[in-house]
Write a protein that binds this ligand. Structure first.
Ligand code: HEM
Length: 495
């Protein structure tokens, strides 16, 4: 059990209840690591909505309900905005990125840079670019529907590089996007809690020669190299564009120019490099994976797809593609998007840490403890969402057909750490979803005998979780040539 330095006043309160584990391993053996969020829900049935446990050598609190999340992360926000100190972060070269950064002044500086570029007003400026990228994605899907995950990734990452660097990547196989993708794959490994816990327990694993089984040296060195390059190379590129007067407006460019007027503070220069790479890391997979979930649910729940397409056909018609002006007239599409984000939140477990000890409803919360919010549990709470495993967009609609207040905000996190890219992300998701629904139908793939190939939905257990690969048929709703012609007409209008 946790032995921390408790203040006198707090010493009489017990830790929250939770499963007891084994020495050294804690409760690690009882966790289903293919879907840890579901194990924590099971524990919740016995121990409640706030659980204390020890996983390997880490003390962890788990929050399983929207109420506890609100009470701690919103109402006591200053104390619950830190991050756990993962043992992987430094060796993997990402300690100065926003996502893993301790709560404090440098983190505040980061948030100011994001705020300038990504607040709700600023995010409106990206809409024409997002619409154009959505149309490029439709063309990529028409050409090669089987590679849909790659097209979704190209869509989401090209939006981020455009916002962050003002860089217009090639529609496919862009060198910067490809480089960033490889880097991300290496860096994602740093966020695996199992690796972090192992390295904290056995730091020598990082020092073992690369050829020895169990060595993390090569993996960490590779990730660090990518992380370093990804901070330096785009920064240099944007600086050069500014110098030659060929830069496009961007988060990085604006921050560099602002910093120049203040005498080029090295601290701000670092923050500019680190926020930009973190925005790529935090914004590319999340958006692409959310769209993969959307396609998966369209295949699994054809009735919802049909209703959304009926709404689009009725409001937008079939002679043009939807745009942002249509958004408020398409409540079913909006409800479907919310239901898709609820059905599988791509950040199912969000890790914060406390700054100081606290007492909540008679339970002791230690200083510096990791506190995992189980967003998946919140999204599958049958009291709020009856039949939580079904896909029912109507749950977000009132009787009069207007939307409810619930906009699934937990999908973007909590309190002071809430996702700073959420307005831009929301727009990227919406325009992609409505454009895809207007242009394609999604259904199960057929086997050689013409029977539907069944899908058993499964999700990866990483911090950003996506569906395991699944096959599906993506067919243009108009003929392929008509769709292409319509998209090309829209693209001509953009330019
Ligand atoms: C569908 C897309 C997205 C989803 C679902 C999403 C979700 C999240 C979540 C759950 C968090 C953790 C919040 C917390 O700790 O409570 C987060 C953090 C973050 N997100 Fe997003 N995000 C998305 C897109 C974006 C985009 C497009 C950007 C940038 C352009 C971005 C930048 C960030 C950053 C920098 C953080 C770290 C914030 C901090 O630690 O203070 N995200 N996001």
């Amino acid at each position: 059990r946790y032995v921390g330095n408790r203040s006198k006043g707090a010493s009489k309160f017990p830790l929250p209840p939770g499963p007891r584990g084994l020495p050294l391993l804690g409760t690690a053996l009882s966790i289903d690591f293919t879907k840890p969020w579901a194990t924590y829900v099971e524990w919740g049935a016995s121990f409640g909505d706030l659980i204390y446990t020890r996983i390997l050598n880490m003390d962890v609190l788990i929050v399983n309900s929207a109420k506890v999340a609100r009470d701690l992360f919103e109402l006591r926000s200053t104390n619950y905005a830190d991050r756990p100190r993962l043992a992987t972060v430094k060796p993997y070269g990402i300690e100065s990125g926003t996502i893993f950064m301790p709560y404090g002044d440098t983190w505040r500086l980061h948030r100011r840079i994001y705020h300038q570029a990504l607040n709700s007003e600023a995010a409106l400026n990206y809409r024409p670019m997002q619409l154009k990228k959505a149309h490029h994605m439709l063309l990529n899907l028409l050409d090669d529907p089987k590679r849909f995950p790659a097209h979704l990734y190209t869509y989401s990452s090209s939006i981020i590089v455009s916002i962050v660097y003002g860089y217009a990547p090639a529609p496919t196989n862009d060198p910067l996007v490809e480089f960033a993708k490889k880097g991300m794959a290496a860096i994602v490994k740093a966020a695996r809690p199992g690796t972090a816990a192992l390295l904290k327990m056995f730091p020598f694993l990082l020092k073992l020669p690369t050829w020895m089984p169990g060595s993390f040296k090569a993996e960490a060195a590779e990730a660090k190299q990518y992380a370093d390059d990804f901070r330096a190379i785009p920064y240099q590129m944007v600086k050069e564009k500014i110098a030659s007067g060929t830069d496009a407006p961007s988060m990085m460019g604006n921050a560099i120019k602002h910093n120049e007027t203040k005498g080029n503070s090295p601290e701000v220069t670092d923050a500019i490099k680190n926020t930009s790479s973190a925005a790529y890391g935090a914004g590319s997979d999340t958006t692409a994976f959310s769209l993969q979930v959307f396609i998966l649910v369209m295949v699994l729940f054809p009735e919802a797809q049909r209703k959304a397409q009926e709404e689009i056909d009725c409001v937008v018609g079939r002679n043009r593609l939807p745009n942002f002006d249509d958004r408020s007239s398409l409540p079913y599409v909006e409800a479907l998007m919310r239901e898709s984000m609820r059905w599988h939140p791509v950040a199912p477990l969000v890790a914060h840490a406390t700054t100081n000890e606290d007492v909540y409803e008679g339970m002791y919360i230690p200083k510096g403890v990791t506190i995992l919010v189980n967003s998946w549990a919140i999204a599958h709470d049958a009291k709020t969402y009856p039949e939580p495993f079904q896909f029912i967009p109507e749950r977000f609609l009132k009787e009069d057909g207007t939307l409810t207040e619930d906009n699934v905000s937990y999908a973007f996190g909590f309190g002071r750490r809430v996702c700073p890219g959420k307005y831009a992300a929301d727009a990227s998701l919406w325009i992609a979803i409505v454009s895809l629904l207007a242009s394609f139908s999604f259904s199960k793939e057929k086997d050689e005998q013409g029977n539907d190939i069944d899908i058993q939905p499964k999700f990866t257990p990483e911090a950003t979780s996506r569906p395991e690969p699944f096959s599906c048929r993506i067919v243009a709703r108009r003929s392929a040539s008509d769709t292409k012609e319509m998209v090309m007409q829209h693209l001509d209008q953009h330019s």
